[in-house]
Write a protein that binds this ligand. Sequence first.
Ligand code: COA
Ligand code: MG
Length: 289
Amino acid sequence: MRSLLFVPGDSDKKLDKGLASGADALIVDLEDSVSIDRKAAARATALSFLQNGRRDGLKLLVRVNALDTGLTDDDLDAIVPGRPDAIMLPKAAGGVSVTHLHAKLSAREAIAGLPDGGIGIVALATETAASLFTTGTYRDSSPRLAALTWGAEDLSADLGAETNRDEHGRFLDPYRLARALCLAGASAAGVSAIDTVYVDFRNDAGLRRECEEARRDGFTAKMAIHPAQVAVINDVFTPTPEAIAHAHSIIAAFEAQPGAGVVGIGGKMYDRPHLVRAKALLAKTRKPG
Ligand code: COA
Ligand code: MG
């Protein structure tokens, strides 16, 4: 999965547009992009979309409202029967939040007659100041946990900041910390890390730079807020032929010297971590979903 496009859950029109966007996944949003008096309508629209919007290879996620809002149970009651691929949990406060959501999902899967554990969880791990201190607690929180991602908009509000980016559009220190904690937390939990949204949706060059920095650092995908962002994200997160060939050459070098802990290719040293990375990259090309 390379690109995940947010679509407000109360907009039939945008949900339709999302289907044509080329995104690998749509995140049907019941949270921040839906006003409080539209929540019920959005739940009904989201359910009908889950039932009718299935397309080969397209993952459908639903972002529910946070556990402390009192809205999560109604969100889940409405949309679990539509069997989303995963629930995105905003304002997650560590592994305990994921375990909590896991239990809620298990009960509803049973009621709906769905297989236990079929619905995954993607946690938004950095939206509050307190959550930054819990990013290392996701390991073993639930077998449903598929990925961590991070948010800078709610975090900047919680921190009382004036802005989260500098005059060149780069994230400021508190958000770079959140980004790094998400990456480390995901890796420690053995799940993927997904980069946050780029809100300046007419700035393709800025988006591309942010995607490249994310891929470089270990993120495997990025969220989008506008269909026009999808092509850039897919492009950057699709491994290039050069990267694939390089990965093959690392694996071949280790296979040629069984038992070697380190090999030299073209005057550069490669050891076990490089082999792990090469295998991970090739695994991605085999399983684009
Ligand atoms: N998903 C699907 N379609 C979208 C879309 C999205 N996220 N964002 C825009 N579109 C559609 C628009 O409806 C419009 O359709 P039209 O040509 O038939 O009128 C077309 O793409 C072009 O949109 P544009 O005019 O460039 O933008 P806009 O001013 O209509 O919308 C936003 C701007 C930010 C309101 C919109 O992109 C959006 O709703 N994004 C998602 C917000 C969200 O989910 N936030 C929560 C996570 S941070
Ligand atoms: Mg938010």
